[in-house]
Design a protein around this ligand. Structure first.
Ligand SMILES: NC(=O)c1ccc[n+]([C@@H]2O[C@H](COP(=O)([O-])OP(=O)(O)OC[C@H]3O[C@@H](n4cnc5c(N)ncnc54)[C@H](O)[C@@H]3O)[C@@H](O)[C@H]2O)c1
Ligand SMILES: O=P(O)(O)OC[C@H](O)CO
Length: 333
């Protein structure tokens, strides 16, 4: 991959905005697809995203903004997707260009609901993108802290390490450090699962459980994540690394977490619909738990996942949150 690789960011939410900020520290051309034309006009005029990370000053002189996904794709070699998983299929349906010659990096932390696949596999199966051209941007990193230029670590995973390294160089800055990994499958599943555990943490908090319980929940969550990822892709991985445990902790404990906030509202008695309406943001874990529940039901040898089961029952079977978390407490150690 050449050093002059042309990059497009797809998605105008918090994470897309943070990625654009990070890349324009190093690159003087970044294509940026945002579906909202008014937001594009505002960014061009004011240099800020009107809806997400509104305080971030954007280097508009380096940005090629477009509301046409095909224009961004046509002009770029490497595409970074930061569209919530629930909306990815609908956005990809707008494509009239093949993706087979593109390098695809997913910054999405979820499962594509329509196919039940992690994002990398979705691009491989549905769009014929070879695995060596597929990567993941992950790690414990909140868009809000990138906005504040607080030191953050990203893990860039790709089967072809040279591609991961080159992209990592474009992210590195005085507030971003990057690590390389080739565990695309494990990091993607871990990123999806930690959102479910953060919802559980939020529900418990909303119900009045304290820090003592939260630490037990997180301790059980990392072991559950280890069992799940091992069943999916059994390689020798250190689950305590930042891309797995680190990401779980930031989401489980941070006040910036969308998933924890969503869970907190559920614990306080909001319905799913009203909790979603309160947020201008997307809690990926809501969609992830449905997919994770379906995936685990297909495992030939069963895996113990009491936290996923509890969150699924609360969000999709209408079970009482207080009673379900109480039952969960008896299954944790
Ligand atoms: N925010 C973070 O700190 C962060 C960090 C790492 C990864 N991620 C991941 O990045 C992805 C994007 O999340 P985000 O935080 O930018 O989202 P967000 O919650 O900040 O914003 C919601 C996004 O969803 C889009 N959206 C809403 N309805 C839509 C629809 N019907 N069709 C298409 N798009 C629609 C909005 O335009 C916006 O881009 C998610 O998978 C998330 O897990 C986020
Ligand atoms: O922490 P959340 O729930 O906002 O999710 C966003 C990112 O996945 C954090 O890594």
């Amino acid at each position: 991959m050449s050093r002059e690789v042309k990059i497009a960011v797809l998605g105008g939410g918090s994470w897309g905005t943070a990625i654009v900020k990070m890349l324009t520290e190093n690159l003087d051309t970044v294509y940026w697809y945002i579906r909202n034309t008014n937001a594009i006009e505002y960014i061009k005029k004011e240099g800020h995203n009107p809806n997400y990370l509104t305080s971030v000053e954007l280097h508009t002189e380096y940005l090629k903004l477009t509301d046409d996904i095909n224009e961004a794709v046509k002009n770029s070699d490497l595409l970074i997707f930061a569209i919530p998983s629930a909306f990815l299929s609908a956005e990809l349906d707008k494509l009239n260009k093949p993706l087979t010659d593109k390098i695809i990096f997913s910054a999405i932390k979820g499962i594509v609901p329509e196919t039940g696949l992690i994002v990398g596999e979705h691009f491989h199966e549905k769009y014929g993108v070879p695995f060596e051209n597929i990567g993941v941007i992950t790690g414990p990193c909140h868009a809000e802290e990138v906005a504040l230029e607080r030191l953050s670590y990203l893990t860039i995973a790709c089967a072809d390490k040279s591609k991961a390294k080159l992209l990592a160089e474009h992210f590195d800055s005085h507030y971003i450090k990057t690590k390389i990994s080739n565990d695309i499958i494990g990091t993607e599943y871990a990123a999806m699962l930690k959102n479910i555990y953060a919802i559980a943490a939020g529900i418990a908090h909303g119900l009045g459980y304290g820090d003592n319980f939260q630490s037990v929940l997180m301790s059980n969550a990392i072991r559950e994540m280890k069992r799940f990822t091992k069943r999916i892709h059994n390689i020798d991985r250190n689950i305590n690394r930042s891309a797995y445990l680190g990401d779980l902790l930031v989401t489980g404990y941070s006040t910036f977490s969308r998933n924890r906030l969503f869970g907190n509202m559920i614990g306080k008695g909001y319905t799913v619909k009203s909790a979603m309406m309160e947020m201008n943001m997307v809690a990926e874990g809501y969609y992830a738990v449905k997919s994770a529940h379906k995936i685990k039901s297909k495992f030939k040898k069963k895996v113990k996942t009491p936290i996923i089961d509890a969150v699924y029952r609360i969000l999709y079977e209408g079970k009482n949150a207080k009673k379900t978390i109480k039952e969960l407490t008896d299954k944790l150690d």
